[in-house]
Design a protein around this ligand. Structure first.
Ligand code: X2X
Length: 336
């Protein structure tokens, strides 16, 4: 046997099949939360849809609870860039350290209704954000949603900024959130979502902020009796794929994946919003079913929080890009 033939045989043994053929492929999908959430269920549905449409040729394996990044949720985007995660359904908060434009959705009190969020995503700002993500080595396929983030705590009802004074509030460790909670007079505590669960149980933090779509399945009402519905930031999700993986797929597979992603995430958004349009119904369920003490802020109440976080908003509008922020603000104003 020639040396060349021996090298070829070794190469075939050492390298995985997909480099050589269009055989079965298993591709990873990163998700920071559990399967028992609208966000998590979308991962399972996407995997099912792709398996069905390819007759099992492409198998997508969801890794829930942040398993792929071992709790370091703000590194998920890097895993996609490096191809260490092939797909992810990620929160724009978690990806904002690598894609600073995604802080658009983290600007305090920028959005107050679902229709505004949809209009911004469907318009120029949404297209620009998808282009920036793609320039960073990740191909976005569809928008989804974690939801408007609400405030829960174990200490007292929060009606005005003063009520927050001195409370330890857990958030994701991204600068814009830390600065927002500092401006509100709290002691911000940065914890990854997995470590945060024990901090809620042990009471080492007083409160946190997350959408109702996670507060309920994670049973945060056990540790936190008080909830303030203030919609202070929206948390969109994006289903995306590593550009490295994308480059290895045929045009037909890409089209199929894009279509499946859009169908699944369209449903995901609906599920994440289910029942939340009707605030009085939400208040009723949180009170009667989960025993929470609910504070629903009026527009006037909200202005006090908005005013106090305005300098943070102004500073970050510059970081994000004034043109992008202005164009989103105009869409928000006109979709009222
Ligand atoms: O960590 C959080 O708060 C969570 C689960 O909402 C995100 O991944 C942004």
């Amino acid at each position: 046997m020639s040396l060349r033939a021996i090298i070829l045989i070794f190469a075939i043994i050492l390298f995985p099949a997909p480099l050589w053929s269009q055989d079965k492929r298993e591709l990873s999908l990163s998700i920071n939360v559990s399967e028992d959430t609208p966000w998590g269920r979308a991962g399972k549905r996407f995997a099912d849809a792709v398996r069905y449409r390819t007759g099992g040729r492409i198998l997508i394996k969801p890794y829930f609870d942040g398993q792929l990044f071992r709790g370091q949720q703000t590194t998920e985007f890097k895993l996609l860039q490096d191809g260490l995660a092939e797909f992810a359904i990620g929160s724009t908060i978690n990806w904002s350290p690598q894609v600073k434009e995604l802080n658009l959705f983290v600007l305090p009190f920028m959005f107050s209704r679902f229709s505004e969020v949809d209009a911004v995503q469907a318009g120029d700002p949404g297209n620009q954000l998808f282009r920036v993500i793609e320039q960073n080595g990740v191909v976005p396929l569809a928008w989804g949603e974690n939801g408007f983030r609400e405030l829960t705590n174990s200490v007292r009802p929060i009606r005005r900024p003063d009520d927050l004074h001195g409370l330890k509030i857990r958030s994701v460790g991204v600068p814009l959130l830390i600065e927002t909670f500092r401006a509100l007079g709290t002691e911000p505590v940065s914890l990854n979502w997995d470590e945060a669960q024990s901090a809620f149980r042990d009471g080492t933090v007083d409160g946190q902020e997350n959408p109702v779509a996670l507060i309920v399945p994670y049973r945060l009402y056990i540790a936190h009796k008080h909830i303030t519905l203030w919609h202070y930031v929206i948390d969109p999700l994006i289903l995306a794929v590593s550009a490295k993986t994308w480059a290895s797929l045929s045009a037909a597979d890409r089209a199929m994946l894009r279509e499946a992603a859009q169908a699944v995430m369209g449903e995901q958004k609906k599920e994440a919003r289910e029942g939340l349009d009707d605030t009085s119904a939400v208040v009723h369920v949180l009170r009667e079913v989960y025993g929470m003490d609910v504070v629903h802020l009026t527009a006037d109440d909200l202005n006090a929080f908005r005013d106090q976080t305005r300098p943070v908003y102004a500073k970050w509008a510059g970081e994000i890009g004034s043109d992008l922020v202005r164009s989103a603000e105009e869409i928000v104003a006109s979709s009222k």
